[in-house]
Design a protein around this ligand. Structure first.
Ligand code: B3K
Ligand code: ZN
Length: 882
């Protein structure tokens, strides 16, 4: 346990800062272990904080103060104080200039917050509170200043010196050094500050904005990565165009830069004019990146670009408003990807991820509202709830208002608050104002944690021609909130006639709603009576996942098979297939636990046969329909998770389907093989994913022909999507005779490429065979592995603990022990990553008693260490209910 327990910060305690910065001048003299940062801050008393005399209190951590002066006058020792988190100057004028000079140590910075070194290159990460590790400053987003930054570095080793804005001056200095001065005219909070210096090469392109301005686009990478930049650059241009056409938002500087770095805690960061990216989130090449990576890169490049308006021009007042920028920006990037690729598949992928991972977060000990009301460590709040649930709320707003009014609301928001730091309430108020809607109850979505559950029942009265639908909502209590209020839940639905197979016209209280409509659940329980319903319907509820809730309806398997065939909503067609498979899986899980023979539900087999033999244009959707619910999603449905039974049941279904439909899968595989040169475009991606889903079924029975197909695909595959699928299927099969030499060859071929080696690690540690844990330990000693590189930690430890459920949850607790050992090490090196990687252990409540005890013992073992505030907060929450 920490010496003094970190204390929470409360939303209710918000006050504007006593002093604000109007202009910031920085000078960096870059030296690996001793960088000098000279800062000149132009400060003034905040107009809303005029009460009496107030000291100047600035944030600052791990800084060595060398000099301090106010209005040119050096301060005496008794005029200020410095401790491990703050600098206090007791008396200051109402307007003044503060000069400080500090020394920082980028080389020793393994937390990757503030200024650090990655592969010999200097870079920064300031969100949320990293700037305080660079210089003394009011490190809070409601302090917005213009910045002028001079970067000085060795001309030989650091030929490129970058910061935010536009370069205004550069030149040579004595001792082989040079400098560049950058000006950023847009006032910004310090979390958007960035600096990069290194031996980098650039790829350059141009974009003409809608008002005719020319913007220079630059992608900066290490020389060996120059061939991996095309896709990110093309994605950036598409995103810029899309934001102009869709939201009327134009870029506002003369240049936009992206830099790729190897050591990065997150995917990327939207620093003004100088986005810094994890190399995994920007570099692609057909030989090294899969289709999924190409799509992820496109989405992240767009996301960071979109932040230029939703986040940078209009920013957050405080970190409780984080979802203001993240929820809105995720929604924007989701819509961009949907427009650029397959919209239904994008929705299916997003929802299936959301229902698995966010629902689990909402049901676990770290559950929190989209607008939290307190936190200990803001670094722990970059969560699925803030990002993805926040995006679902914005999506509901878009649907409630309709696109046109939503766009008006967005225009009003950007115009009214340009250059300001605002709140979630300000955003929603704009939406209420333009639409005239009362969004009072709707706001509860932001304040209330937990996943609402809807229990629906329906009854058809043939004599009256009426369909009565009753919806009951309930949100289960979460650790910090025991009482929950009813939410305003938009339920998009249709009634599908069992005779006609068509959507029926719906009339509700005399009002005709058409065949696809939204009904509004606001009370705990509501009854909806649809009249003039001429045939018995099956309801299709929550179409397109119109609200982030769990919806239960007592569907029979025939109903689901019917909807799978007839629902006009593509999303719900897919979801009916998932529900049908889940019902069959439930039986098989029970059979496994009871030691009874497993029998395959023929309705599932027939539904799959139908899918495989019906012609479709949408191969991407078909591939999704043929994909069984993941083990993690199945686990979400179980009261007590039995990882072995889930794995056995799912494997059984795959094998049973492959046995019954072997010829059909083989035909699909062959029909979708192609020698066309790789292009990451939707049609090809769909074809590859369908082919690879078919191969995964064929490999479930591992007959010689299937193994041969996989081997050939591995050997001939001219793109990483095919090669990786084949290698994964072989590695996860019993055919070590083929997999082991393939893994060896692959590892040798790609030893020089860290991003491919990440995949090589993940493939091996996710294999279900019982030696997986030993492989993790073995691979942790591999020269390509490093605990200080977050990508490696995620690829090896994260993939094992998060995706290899049977082995992580080994009954002997060795999986838990391994993860706890890593967390204890990472707690000292990189607290943010440590607090993230621990997640699977925090979900102990979901397992049987013996596993619970083993998991809790590991959490206790971590608790006994001297903890960072990040790990401390997560551990305390995880053990609070123990
Ligand atoms: N805003 C960044 C998150 C950085 C947080 C690091 N602690 C990435 C993004 O959402 O775009
Ligand atoms: Zn973001």
């Amino acid at each position: 346990m920490s010496a003094s327990a970190p204390q929470p910060i409360y939303l209710n305690d918000y006050r504007p800062p006593a002093y604000r910065v109007t202009h910031t001048e920085l000078k960096f003299d870059l030296v690996s272990s001793a960088t000098r940062v000279i800062a000149r801050l132009h400060l003034e008393r905040h107009p809303e904080r005029q009460e009496g005399e107030l000291p100047l209190v600035l944030d600052g951590e791990q800084l060595r103060l060398l000099h301090i002066a106010i209005d040119g006058q050096a301060l005496e020792d008794d005029e200020y104080d410095v401790n491990e988190s703050h600098l206090t100057v007791y008396r200051v004028p109402s307007t003044f200039v503060l000069d400080t000079e500090v020394e920082v140590d980028p080389e020793a910075n393994t937390a990757l917050e503030g200024l650090y070194l990655s592969n010999g290159m200097f870079c920064t990460q300031c969100e949320a509170e990293g700037f305080r590790r660079i210089t003394f400053y009011p490190d809070r987003p409601d302090v917005m200043a213009t910045f002028s930054t001079t970067v000085i570095g060795d001309k030989g080793s650091l030929p490129v010196l970058l910061s935010n804005g536009n370069p205004v001056e550069q030149g040579d200095l004595p001792n082989g050094k040079h400098f560049v001065t950058w000006d950023d005219p847009h006032p910004k909070p310090c979390y958007l500050f960035a600096l990069v210096a290194g031996d980098l090469q650039k790829v350059e392109d141009h974009f003409t904005t809608m008002s005719g301005r020319d913007v220079t686009l630059q992608l900066w990478v290490e020389e060996e990565n120059l061939s991996k930049t095309d896709h990110a650059m093309a994605s950036l241009k598409r995103a810029m165009k899309w934001d102009e056409e869709t939201y009327g938002r134009e870029y506002d500087l003369d240049r936009f830069m992206i830099v790729a770095v190897n050591d990065f805690n997150m995917g990327a960061m939207e620093n003004k004019g100088l986005n810094i990216f994890n190399s995994a989130a920007v570099l692609t090449h057909p030989q090294t990146a899969t289709d999924a990576t190409f799509q992820r890169v496109e989405g992240i490049v767009a996301h960071e670009y979109f932040h230029n308006w939703s986040g940078n021009r209009v920013t957050c007042r405080d970190w409780f408003q984080l979802s203001l920028k993240e929820g809105f920006t995720v929604f924007r990037d989701q819509c961009f990807s949907a427009d650029t690729n397959s919209a239904p598949v994008k929705r299916i992928e997003d929802v299936s991820f959301f229902r698995t991972a966010q629902f689990a977060e909402d049901a676990g000990p770290t559950a929190h509202p989209v607008q939290p009301d307190h936190y200990i460590e803001i670094g722990n709040f970059y969560t699925l709830t803030i990002y993805e649930k926040g995006a679902e709320i914005v999506r509901m707003l878009r649907n409630l208002l309709g696109w046109e009014a939503f766009r008006q609301g967005s225009d009003l928001y950007f115009q009214r608050y340009d250059g300001q730091a605002v709140t979630i309430e300000d955003f929603v108020e704009c939406m209420a104002e333009v639409s005239g809607l009362d969004l009072g109850q709707f706001m509860r979505w932001y304040f209330q944690a937990g996943t609402p559950e809807i229990d629906a029942i329906g009854e058809y009265d043939y004599a009256k021609g009426e369909y009565r639908l009753t919806l009951r909502q309930r949100t289960p209590p979460t650790p910090d909130q025991h009482e929950k209020l009813p939410l305003h839940i938009p339920v998009r639905m249709g009634l599908v006639g069992t005779k006609s197979g068509k959507d029926l016209s719906m009339t509700l209280e005399g009002e005709s709603l058409g065949t696809d409509a939204v009904i509004h659940l606001r009370d705990e329980e509501q009854e909806f009576v649809f009249t003039d319903i001429a045939e018995a319907p099956v309801p299709s509820l929550l179409r397109g996942f119109s609200a982030p809730v769990k919806l239960r309806f007592p569907y029979g398997r025939e109903d689901l098979a019917f909807l799978l065939q007839h629902d006009s909503d593509g999303f719900n067609r897919w979801d009916s297939g998932q529900r049908l498979a889940l019902l069959a899986l439930d039986d098989l899980i029970a059979a496994h636990r009871n030691g009874v023979e497993k029998v395959m539900d023929s309705r599932v087999t027939e539904a799959f046969r139908g899918l495989l033999t019906t012609d479709t244009d949408d191969k991407a959707v078909l591939a999704e329909m043929l994909t069984l619910p993941s083990e993690a999603y199945i686990a979400e449905q179980q009261p007590v998770v039995d990882v072995d039974a889930i794995h056995a049941a799912r494997t059984f279904v795959k094998q049973a389907l492959a046995l019954a439909l072997r010829d059909e899968f083989m035909a699909v595989y062959r029909a979708n093989q192609s020698d066309a040169p790789y292009v990451p475009e939707p049609r090809q991606i769909a074809q590859r994913s369908l082919k690879n889903v078919a191969l995964s079924y064929l490999m479930a029975i591992e007959d010689e022909e299937a193994v041969e197909l996989a081997r050939n695909q591995f050997e001939d595959g001219h793109n990483m999507t095919d090669v990786r699928t084949a290698l994964t299927l072989l590695t996860h099969s019993s055919r070590g005779d083929i997999a082991d030499p393939a893994l060896k060859a692959f590892g040798e071929k790609w030893a020089h490429d860290p991003l491919v080696m990440d995949q090589w690690f993940s493939i091996q540690v996710t294999r279900p065979q019982s030696d997986a844990l030993e492989r993790v330990k073995f691979l942790m000693d591999h020269p390509a592995f490093s605990l200080t590189n977050p990508n490696k930690v995620r690829a090896l430890i994260g993939a094992f603990a998060g995706q290899n459920r049977v082995n992580f949850h080994r009954a002997d607790g060795e999986g838990y022990r391994l993860l706890a050992d890593v967390v204890i090490e990472l707690n000292k090196l990189n607290p943010e990553i440590a607090a993230r990687i621990i997640t699977p252990l925090t979900r102990w409540q979901r397992f049987d008693e013996s596993r619970q005890a083993l998991m809790k013992a590991e959490l206790e073992r971590i608790r006994a260490e001297e903890l960072s505030s990040n790990v401390y907060e997560v551990i305390e929450k995880a053990l609070a209910t123990a």
